[in-house]
Design a protein around this ligand. Structure first.
Ligand code: PBG
Length: 329
């Protein structure tokens, strides 16, 4: 490396001596444009319901949504992600509620799109918020049936697109679903609806609080290891991404975030496609708890988000989005 000198003529601390010089040499930046804000929605009226395992995060009834969207726009957050807490009585084994034109997601999309066009909305495509067993697809002989599930996911995607969803985000990890969804969208003239593939989604222990938030945690009996990736693997992530690019993905997600920075970097270095990171619920709650209990300083939030930028992420899905956007401006 040519830039390496020797002490004492070279002193790296010189460039760190004051705030202004540290700013001059900073290699990465974080702005509200890097953030995607996940929002949990529920039925009812005038409700802001705390989620026990996610301190500071709430489930909102739909009448509260517009205020949140306005806040996001004001803070220059480019996109929100909607997640539904479906009442148990609406769940079944096939996730039929996912295809109901009046489900929470469809209602929210109509409501938001009627008045706001300057913010992106992304929606998960997967069946877990709607199934009685908490799995992302339908089950056939105790196995999540790939091809039968795709047929439903395609319908779910078309419905969301019709309701005004900007970014379809399949998080189900079925093989081949990106291609099928792209084909169906194009055929129905949704050519400009984007696909954010959760291409690299690990079977992770960090999703627990999210499953509480959408109400699938207690329902889920086994795990998701026969469709989500094994966290012992990294090269397999390259195959997942290569396939999804070929099938028409516009961006790819790596999930969870901080334990998988190596994967973000690997993908960024290997493909020319925007990579997003998902700082998932378990990561959020650990950091939040650490701050609330005075174990770590609150600047740890920005530090955690900057690690994604260093690794090469274009944007970060984070439950801190709203709080941090305010600070960054
Ligand atoms: C479900 C889905 C999950 C998350 C986003 N979409 C959980 C899962 O796969 O069980 C996790 C997000 C988080 O933990 O914040 N398809």
């Amino acid at each position: 490396m040519k830039s390496v000198g020797t002490y004492p003529s070279t002193r790296l601390r010189r460039n760190r001596k004051r705030d202004w010089t540290r700013r001059l040499v900073q290699e990465n930046t974080l702005s509200p444009s890097d953030l995607i804000w996940p929002i949990f929605i529920r039925d009812g009226k005038n409700i802001k319901e705390p989620i026990k395992t996610m301190p500071g995060i709430y489930r909102y009834s739909l009448d509260k949504i517009e205020k949140l969207v306005e806040k996001a726009i004001e803070q220059k957050i480019p996109m929100i992600a909607l997640f539904p807490n479906t009442p148990f009585y609406k769940k079944d084994n096939r996730g039929s509620e996912a295809l109901n034109r009046n489900n929470l997601i469809c209602k929210a999309l109509r409501l938001i799109k009627k008045n706001y066009n300057e913010i992106g909305i992304m929606c998960d495509v997967a069946l877990d918020p709607y199934t009685k067993h908490g799995h992302d697809g339908i089950i056939n002989k105790s196995y999540v049936d790939n091809d039968a599930t795709i047929k439903i996911l395609v319908k779910q995607s078309l419905l969301q697109a019709e309701m005004g969803c900007d970014v379809i985000a399949p998080s189900d990890m079925m093989d081949g679903r990106i291609g099928e969804i792209r084909k169906a969208l194009d055929k129905k003239d949704f050519k400009l609806v984007q696909i954010l593939s959760y291409a690299v989604k690990y079977a992770s222990n960090f999703y627990g609080p999210f499953r509480d938030a959408v109400g699938s945690n207690k329902l889920l009996k086994s795990n998701k290891k026969n469709y989500q990736m094994d966290y012992k693997n990294s090269k397999e992530a390259l195959r997942e991404v290569a396939l999804d690019i070929k099938e028409g993905a516009d961006f790819v997600m790596v999930k969870p975030g901080m334990p998988y920075l190596d994967i973000i970097k690997l993908i960024k270095d290997s493909f020319k496609i925007p990579v997003f990171a998902y700082q998932v619920s378990g990561e959020y709650s650990l950091i939040r708890k650490g701050i609330d209990d005075k174990i770590i300083d609150e600047n740890a939030i920005v530090e955690s988000l900057m690690s994604f930028k260093r690794a090469g992420a274009s944007a970060i899905v984070t439950y801190f989005a709203d709080e941090i956007a305010k600070k960054l401006r």
